[in-house]
Write a protein that binds this ligand. Structure first.
Ligand SMILES: *[C@@H]1O[C@H](CO)[C@@H](O)[C@H](O)[C@H]1NC(C)=O
Ligand SMILES: *[C@@H]1O[C@H](CO)[C@@H](O)[C@H](O)[C@H]1NC(C)=O
Ligand SMILES: *[C@@H]1O[C@H](CO)[C@@H](O)[C@H](O)[C@H]1NC(C)=O
Ligand SMILES: *[C@@H]1O[C@H](CO)[C@@H](O)[C@H](O)[C@H]1NC(C)=O
Ligand SMILES: *[C@@H]1O[C@H](CO)[C@@H](O)[C@H](O)[C@H]1NC(C)=O
Ligand SMILES: *[C@@H]1O[C@H](CO)[C@@H](O)[C@H](O)[C@H]1NC(C)=O
Ligand SMILES: *[C@@H]1O[C@H](CO)[C@@H](O)[C@H](O)[C@H]1NC(C)=O
Length: 926
């Protein structure tokens, strides 16, 4: 209730009586190319692709294979020119403020040079007071961009005399040299994403004038609030009995009068002037101690998301009129990534020696359940708050409590953090570096620090912020380099450690004491942590010891015969990346390609598939040219081939249906397969909470699609849940039961796992049926018993030998069930197990037609089955966005009710008439 009423005042407000702020957003711009061939209306925030599409110069760049027809846009030098900016007052301090420019541009104001920008992730401000004073008419603002693809090419070219880092390199996808440019790295292509490399003013821009001749004035450009327990240091578990400290820091333009006061209030907990006020180089900082105990903020599932409004004001000495006023919405919580050594107390609980690698929220260990999130659109100016809201609703509905913001994309906008604060989603934030070795020239490092300061300070007040990671996968990548080109390791490690262990760590520690810093998304943790050392973290790298467990894992295996083999999964403290690709839903594809292209290996789908088997010796080399089109196709077919192998190895297939039906069923099969691969791994990592490795997290790759294409996402670009999102939601339930099958020996163990902070007591059972749904063998193999699961732990419930079952295992399926009540809340989970794969011909001949039917009353659908139904799938039509209370489920003969939650409906409720149903049986007999 409280949350709803506050959510309108999300962004900080800066105001002062006589300040003039001219918003440059809107359509009063002209976009031209350098050759003068194009001159069209431009917009801010926007980019050349979006403006050219709006002007009908190019087709929709995201449709079909238009990425290739519109690639010239990325190779063009574009200029954005504003309409004359009228109404400015001469003779007063005047600034240009850009919250984001993408990426390399020289800027003029009234035809005079203002400066050159070269970082998409920085806020840029320029003092144009003197230019304005000598400007005889309303000034025009102009930004001349150089093609980012050209610049990257130039910077990486060995014949370039200015080549700053001959040993830098990247995993190259479409355009090379991305490591030299502070631009979203995915803009250069990725092994699941297109390459558009847009150009434009992608964030709002303003002209700011401090007009008052009598009162001092400033403009607040950024602000930071850090809330921590007294004595807290980054990366270390704080003393939860200490009082809260609030540290406030405001960045401003203009001149602050001497002895200004910084005043902050959180009603009931903080009021009055802050102490230790320090003014330095455009920043005023101070701090205060919180009185009493504000309610804590918790992630979803562990308590409420209490948020407080905070007001910050700056007063000149002896004045009661503030010259700056900032509001922020904050929360009280501590969140730590604990990588400390395993203690003897922990060892006595059965935890293997080594080091921890887990999160603690308000002093409690938490099992993290979530995924990685990538930019929801190819073009950020197209992203809206409502798109993030819908996406985050699916995160919470999917039983996830954390998202990792992948370092190949951009830093999340404030409104996304606001939504995460409200919804209780923890955000693992990554700095925008991924899978490359970056330069460490003075210019590059200064640019990187300015970027980090701006981004860290901008979002630090959000209680959802859980971690800063320096980059995605670079430390892990050193191992891959070692395997391919051993001599390159030492030089790469030197570059890596300078940027991420010597430089960016200080950007975090200088600004925040509340947030842990992780040098890279995948690590074996640190050997030492010393906040007063010049290099505070010394990484462990591969200094491991046998019998000990360190660090987190990143694991992909495309050998479809091994994907359910538990002995192939990594044993670690936390699983940060894993996955397999599948097709997007046919209805999702239908929105972006002609009907005629809707088949497994159509040219459009081959074109859009970037999930090709990476050939590291080709890709992981310096200055590689983009792969040739013929080889892209060959690789794309390889990626699609992995999906084909998966579905034919594990599921029935029937090729006698019509082509359209076949594609729909193939897509369905790839989604079932994908979902089952993840469910098997997630169950393994969750059971790990009760094993010596004490695994405390699972973040699968990946939540969302950047466009509709074959990929590892669980939610389509159009918001349609793929099979995986339902499957992951199920195995991310707080209390789950799951089978663990050692195929070679036939041993099956059934474990129950809970991530609740209370002991769970309940009943578990295993019951066998034949495919018609009849109970087997008078229940001699069945078992039912009470069960107790400790807090954030796992318990073995039962075990049996799948080779000696007292019935014919071709016609047998076990349903596993757990029911428990904890503090009056009921938890239940159902799982299933078959001794033989569903592709076994004898199993296929034993499976019976479930003769599925359904009826609906409003959004409530009652499904009826006549036999055991496998992977029952309900499909809602285009025109409605939302999700089912369950989907892809198995059921015994009888009835089952499922409800559809509508997020957006453009059909006026008519969608309920066009729901379709299928199941695995459709693959046997369409
Ligand atoms: C874009 O500008 C760069 C740098 O000035 C220049 O080298 C390049 O030729 C220009 N490209 C086009 C297509 O005009
Ligand atoms: C002050 O800020 C400016 C602009 O950000 C920067 O160039 C300069 O190095 C800073 N000076 C100090 C002493 O930090
Ligand atoms: C998990 O539960 C088992 C008992 O089933 C217990 O021996 C073990 O110490 C627990 N693990 C932790 C980390 O508490
Ligand atoms: C495609 O790859 C093959 C083998 O990987 C290589 O021999 C061939 O030269 C490549 N074709 C082009 C055009 O790069
Ligand atoms: C099951 O039980 C019935 C009656 O108790 C008995 O007649 C039958 O032989 C049993 N079947 C098996 C397979 O044990
Ligand atoms: C199990 O049933 C299948 C037919 O479903 C049959 O072919 C097979 O021989 C049976 N196996 C045994 C051990 O009875
Ligand atoms: C495949 O489907 C067709 C059409 O429904 C059916 O006639 C045929 O028996 C099926 N084939 C198999 C092997 O089940």
């Amino acid at each position: 209730m409280l949350l709803k009423s506050i959510s309108l005042s999300l962004v900080f407000i800066s105001s002062s009586l006589a300040q003039k702020i001219v918003d440059l957003s809107g359509k009063h711009w002209t976009l031209t190319d350098q050759q003068g061939n194009v001159s069209i209306p431009g917009a801010v925030p926007s980019n050349a692709y979006l403006d050219l599409f709006a002007a009908k110069v190019i087709p929709d760049p995201l449709y079909g294979t238009n990425e290739i027809n519109t690639a010239w846009v990325a190779f063009t030098n574009w200029t954005y020119i504003s309409a004359p900016i009228s109404g400015l007052s001469p003779g007063v301090p005047t600034y240009l403020v850009f919250d984001g420019i993408d990426t390399i541009a020289s800027i003029t104001f009234c035809n005079q040079s203002v400066g050159v920008v070269d970082n998409q992730f920085r806020q840029w401000t320029f003092d144009v007071s003197s230019i304005l004073s000598s400007c005889f008419s309303s000034p025009v603002l102009s930004l001349s961009f150089t093609s980012p693809v050209d610049v990257a090419n130039y910077l990486e070219n060995p014949s370039n005399p200015e080549l700053s880092c001959p040993t830098c390199f990247e995993i190259a996808f479409v355009y090379t040299g991305r490591e030299f440019i502070r631009k979203q790295q995915i803009d250069f292509g990725w092994n699941w994403a297109p390459a558009y490399a847009p150009t434009g003013i992608w964030q709002p821009a303003y002209v700011v004038q401090l007009e008052s001749k009598v009162l001092p004035e400033i403009y607040v450009s950024n602000s930071m609030v850090d809330i921590y327990r007294r004595g807290q240091l980054n990366n270390l578990s704080p003393d939860q009995t200490q009082r809260w400290v609030v540290n406030v820091s405001i960045d401003y333009l203009g001149t602050l009068p001497p002895n200004s006061r910084l005043v902050a209030s959180i009603p009931g907990f903080l009021s009055g002037p802050l102490s230790g006020v320090n003014v330095r180089n455009g920043t005023i900082t101070g701090s205060g101690l919180v009185k009493g105990s504000p309610k804590l903020w918790w992630p979803v599932g562990y308590g409420s998301q209490t948020l407080y409004n905070m007001q910050i004001e700056i007063f000149p000495a002896n004045s009661i009129i503030p010259i700056a006023f900032v509001t922020k919405r904050v929360g009280f919580r501590t969140i730590v990534l604990n990588q400390g050594l395993i203690t003897t107390d922990q060892e006595s609980l059965g935890i293997a020696p080594g080091a921890n690698w887990h999160f603690e929220i308000n002093g409690h260990e938490i099992f993290v359940k979530g995924s990685s999130v990538v930019p929801p659109e190819v073009f950020w100016p197209s992203v809206t708050e409502s798109e993030f809201r819908l996406l985050f609703e699916t995160v919470v509905a999917g039983n996830q409590n954390m998202l990792r913001v992948w370092g190949g994309g951009s830093y999340l906008p404030d409104y996304a953090y606001d939504l995460a604060d409200e919804m209780g989603i923890l955000i693992w934030a990554e700095m925008a570096y991924s899978d490359a070795i970056y330069p460490i020239t003075t210019n590059f490092l200064e640019n990187a620090i300015a970027e980090a300061y701006y981004q860290i300070r901008r979002v630090n007040h959000h209680p959802s912020l859980a971690l800063w990671s320096g980059n995605n996968e670079i430390e892990f990548g050193l191992d891959i380099i070692g395997a391919i080109d051993p001599p390159l390791v030492a030089v790469s490690e030197a570059l890596y450690s300078e940027l991420f262990l010597n430089v960016l760590i200080h950007s975090v520690f200088d600004n925040s004491r509340s947030i842990s810093y992780l040098p890279s998304s995948i690590t074996n943790g640190y050997l030492s942590l010393n906040h007063s050392a010049e290099m505070p973290i010394i990484e462990r790298y591969n200094n491991l010891s046998a019998g000990s467990v360190f660090g987190n894992s990143d694991y992909y295996n495309y050998d479809v015969t091994q994907v359910f083999n538990l002995s192939t999964y990594p044993i670690g403290r936390f699983a940060t990346e894993f996955g397999f690709h599948s097709h997007s839903n046919v209805l999702s594809y239908a929105g972006v390609m002609p009907q005629s292209e809707l088949s497994f290996n159509s040219s459009t789908i081959v074109y859009r598939n970037r999930e090709y088997p990476l050939n590291y010796s080709t890709f992981f080399s310096s200055y590689s040219d983009p792969p040739a089109a013929e080889n892209l196709t060959a690789q794309s077919l390889g990626g699609l081939g992995q999906m084909s192998q998966g579905i034919t190895y594990w599921y029935p297939s029937n090729s006698t249906a019509s082509p359209a039906t076949i594609f729909d069923l193939q897509v369905f099969a790839t989604q079932i397969f994908q979902s089952e691969v993840y469910r098997s791994q997630i169950a393994f990592y969750r059971r790990g909470s009760g094993m010596p490795e004490r695994t405390l997290g699972s973040l699968y790759w990946v939540l969302n699609e950047i466009w509709s294409a074959p990929c590892k996402a669980s939610v389509g670009h159009d918001g349609r849940w793929k099979g995986l999102h339902y499957g992951a939601r199920d195995i991310y339930e707080p209390v789950v039961i799951a089978p663990y099958y050692d195929q070679p020996s036939g041993a099956v163990e059934v474990w129950a796992t809970s991530d609740l902070w209370n002991t769970v007591q309940g009943t578990a059972s295993i019951a066998w049926y034949d495919w018609s749904g009849k109970s087997l063998t008078n229940r001699t193999a069945d078992h039912q018993a009470p069960i107790t699961i400790g807090a954030v732990n796992s318990t073995q419930f039962w075990s049996f030998d799948a080779n000696t079952l007292p019935f014919n295992s071709t016609n047998a399926v076990a349903f596993l069930t757990i029911n428990a009540t904890v503090n009056g809340v009921r938890y239940s989970h159902i799982n299933r197990f078959t001794p033989l794969p569903l592709s076994n011909p004898l199993v296929i001949s034993a499976i019976q037609n479930p003769l599925l039917t359904f009826r609906s009353v409003g959004n409530v659908f009652t499904v009826q089955s006549q036999a055991v139904a496998i992977f029952v799938w309900l499909e809602h039509p285009a025109g409605v966005r939302g999700y089912w209370s369950d989907n892809g489920f198995w059921m015994l003969p009888g009835k089952r009710q499922v409800t559809f939650t509508v997020q957006v409906d453009t059909t006026g409720g008519k969608w309920t008439k066009s729901v379709a149903i299928k199941s695995l049986y459709s693959l046997i007999s369409p």
